[in-house]
Design a protein around this ligand. Structure first.
Ligand SMILES: [Zn+2]
Length: 276
């Protein structure tokens, strides 16, 4: 290959795979968090366990996003059937300066085997008893962690009173989190044909300490036999993962547009300062 071809190759490569970085030149970092693992099984259905569905779908999400966005750095909080503390998952995301955090879960309700559908949560105060119940169930996983009383400062995941502490917490990145949650919810309904239970907010411990836009997805109800079968099937898992990947593509496009606009405005400001 002569020198001209070599340069042309790199110019073409730049247009095919434009490296979209943040304003500091760092790549976009996505953290995918498959809920539960190891002794923390999560909800249990007739045939499957929540922890396995979460992991299978998360791995596919990673695969599809890597293929569609080779410039994105993806970190998984677990890749095997192991228990990871909730705070540790948030710490991992903070340590790698993640731009986005996706926690993937499957829902369950004891008394209503008919209920099915997807819901996507952002971190915030529960506006209904049902949302609080989902947070309680997901947060109760800390009871299986060592020293949970010390680590979570005597927080009792099953007592409604302990949730009062969240009222005084600062909650950043609400807007971006809700935007992304809405995109995921829309995709799960449109592409994976799930019943639309809406975008909601609740006090999930796994979202508490992370400092970036973050969401928790409840794919569907493992307590509903039909939904469970869908989530256990290869086709179901692939469709769910494609939905999340599509939503990510939409979010990332928006992120790149805003970042480019921000960089251009910064450059313009710097130039204006020089001209003064
Ligand atoms: Zn869960």
């Amino acid at each position: 290959m002569n020198r001209f071809c070599f340069i042309l190759f790199f110019i073409l490569l730049f247009f095919v795979f434009p490296l979209h970085a943040d304003t500091n030149g760092n790549p976009f970092v996505l953290v995918i968090d498959p809920g539960h693992g190891g002794k923390a099984t999560g909800a249990i259905g007739k045939r499957g366990k929540e922890k396995d569905i979460n992991l299978a779908v998360s791995k596919l999400v990673k695969q599809y996003i890597s293929e569609a966005h080779p410039d994105v750095k993806i970190v998984m909080t677990r890749t095997r059937d192991v228990a990871v503390d909730l705070d540790e998952r948030a710490d991992m995301a903070n340590k790698v300066n993640a731009n986005l955090f996706i926690s993937i879960h499957s829902n369950s309700i004891r008394k209503n085997h008919q209920l099915n559908g997807c819901e996507v949560y952002t971190f915030g105060l529960s506006r209904s008893e049902e949302n609080l119940e989902v947070a309680k169930r997901e947060n109760s996983v800390i009871l299986l962690e060592d020293n949970y009383k010390e680590k979570y400062e005597d927080f009792d995941p099953n007592s409604s009173e302990s949730y009062i502490i969240f009222e005084f917490m600062q909650n950043k990145f609400v807007e971006q989190s809700v935007d992304f949650a809405t995109m995921v919810q829309k995709q799960l309904v449109k592409t994976a044909h799930r019943e639309d239970l809406g975008v909601k907010q609740a006090e999930f411990l796994v979202l508490r300490k992370s400092t970036m836009p973050r969401i928790l997805i409840e794919l569907d109800f493992i307590s509903n036999p039909e939904a469970e079968q869908f989530m256990l099937s290869k086709e179901g898992q692939e469709t769910l993962a494609h939905s999340i990947c599509n939503a990510f593509t939409e979010y990332k496009k928006d992120f790149d547009r805003k970042t480019t606009a921000q960089t251009e405005s910064d450059t313009h400001q710097q130039r204006s300062k020089k001209d003064l």
